[in-house]
Design a binder for this molecule. Structure first.
Ligand code: PEP
Ligand code: MN
Length: 467
């Protein structure tokens, strides 16, 4: 039996005002002169100017005070006093922003978090790749089907998935639609997580559905322990009313800098710029060039920042990124999200961790076990094997344990729906289910059951990390 995990104190959350209109600081526009990858071709048009001007008049989606709270939470994760769970779609879509899909995803993240909280005996920071994850980097600018070549799909914030000329046109008005879709998504997330939906007892109850499947009987012991812990708390008169609400943060890849810049506002308390499109922004593997636009822009906003690190990253690259993005070594400011691939992590991660340790810098180490493990199925779908994904997670824990660094979080592409996109799991998904149940417009996601299974497996690793 572990001690009751400390819960975050909501009274410390102090949303504060931001000054209307995009922040005026000219340094926030330096990126415009720098090399920039993965952007749409809509600049210089009246349509573009109008969309950006409209975005500039719209209210912030998140508040500076909330962003500061997240930075404190991440500082705890860097030291092994909290664990970060980031999850959601590879690409959100406008059509997918329905109450059912959003609630299923939030529900699954909360379910995973209960299991992880128990395993880790510490608070789990819950964060969605949600309410803004609309822009996608692509390996090719165009796509050819049956001899017809059109611009590649870059996410609903830029163009449509449908393979027609009109849909694939880069349309800046889509940024305004992305803003409103994000606002509606965030509104529902806030209602769910503050309005009683997050009640620990109901979240625990939902997990009984997963346990009812005989394929998951190997998790009986852990599930039984959690059950007894909840009953124990109840018998002790724990204040379950206080556990009806939970913090939940929004995050996305800060890829489309036109959008991020327009939503960057001056905090009325401090006069400093915050990107109010989300609490947490990360820089993708394809746009983390040290002298590029993305690193420059994100170095200038106060939000906690993540950087994806793929298998070609060197220790020197990591140090240079720290010096640029976190020159003051501020606790919670910088998260490294490693996505090496199961076959690489044990070999490539140690040198990076050792370089950071030598530098005396403290980052949050997070594993993204998805992006280094993408393969094509026999029947032509982009997929990932559950076993490869879990092998990368295991390698991540092994490396951090061996080096005495902290395995601080998990970043996954997942959904609350019963899709078939990733192969395997204890109740295995097979290739022949893809035709009927593959829904992602981008990368394959763990489905509801696979996500919960991952939480049970990671809870076990976390329990061992502590022991
Ligand atoms: C993503 O997170 O969907 C993504 C494109 O990741 P990466 O930048 O790590 O390739
Ligand atoms: Mn992806």
């Amino acid at each position: 039996m572990t001690q009751t995990a400390p819960q975050f104190d909501f009274s410390s959350t102090s949303p504060t005002g931001t000054i209307s209109g995009p922040a005026a600081d000219p340094q926030l526009d330096i990126w415009r002169e720098l090399p920039i990858a993965q952007q749409p071709s809509w600049h210089g048009t009246e349509e573009y100017e109008q969309a950006v001007a409209e975005l500039g008049t719209l209210p912030p989606l998140v508040f500076a005070g909330e962003v500061d709270v997240l930075r404190e939470r991440l500082a705890a994760a860097a030291e092994g006093r909290a664990f970060l769970l980031q999850g959601g779609d590879c690409a959100e879509t406008f059509a997918g922003a329905t109450a059912d899909k959003i609630s299923a995803r939030v529900k699954t993240i909360l379910q995973m978090a209960v299991v992880l909280t128990y395993g880790a005996s510490m608070p789990v920071i819950k964060m969605g790749r949600m309410a803004g994850q609309f822009a996608k980097p692509r390996s090719s600018d165009s796509e050819t089907r049956d001899g017809v070549t059109l611009p590649a799909f870059r996410g609903d914030i830029v163009n449509g998935y449908e393979f027609t000329e009109e849909s694939r046109r880069h349309n800046p008005q889509r940024m305004v639609k992305a803003y409103h879709t994000s606002a509606a998504t965030l509104n529902l997330i806030r209602a769910f997580t503050q309005g009683g939906f997050a009640d620990l007892r109901s979240v625990h109850q939902w997990n009984q559905g997963f346990m009812a499947n005989p394929a998951h009987s190997k998790y009986d012991v852990l599930a039984g322990e959690i059950d007894r812990a909840v009953n124990f708390m109840s018998a002790c008169g724990a204040d379950f009313e206080a556990l009806k609400r939970t913090e939940f943060f929004a995050a996305h890849e800060a890829l489309l800098l036109d959008y991020e810049r327009a939503l960057t506002r001056t905090d009325s308390r401090t006069g400093l710029p915050y990107d109010t499109s989300a609490h947490f922004l990360w820089i993708g593997e394809r746009t983390r060039q040290l002298d590029g636009a993305h690193v420059d822009f994100l170095s200038r906003v106060r939000n906690p920042i993540g950087v994806k690190l793929g298998p070609t990253t060197t220790g020197d690259d990591a140090i240079a990124l720290i010096n640029k993005l976190d020159p003051n070594r501020e606790p919670g400011r910088l998260t490294f999200i490693t996505r090496m691939g199961a076959g690489n992590i044990r070999e490539k991660l140690p040198a990076i961790v050792e370089a950071v340790q030598k530098e005396g810098a403290k980052v949050v180490w997070v594993t993204d076990p998805m992006h280094g493990n993408t393969v094509t199925s026999q029947n032509g779908y982009k997929t990932r094997r559950f076993d490869d994904v879990m092998d990368e997670v295991a390698g991540f824990f092994e490396v951090h344990r061996a080096l005495g660094s902290v395995a601080g979080g998990l970043h996954v592409e997942m959904t609350g729906d019963d899709v078939a996109e990733c192969l395997g799991g204890s109740d295995p998904i097979r290739e022949d289910q893809f035709d009927a149940l593959y829904e992602s417009v981008c990368d394959p996601r763990l489905n509801h059951m696979q996500s919960l299974e991952m939480a049970f497996l990671v809870a076990d690793s976390l329990a061992h990390q502590k022991s």
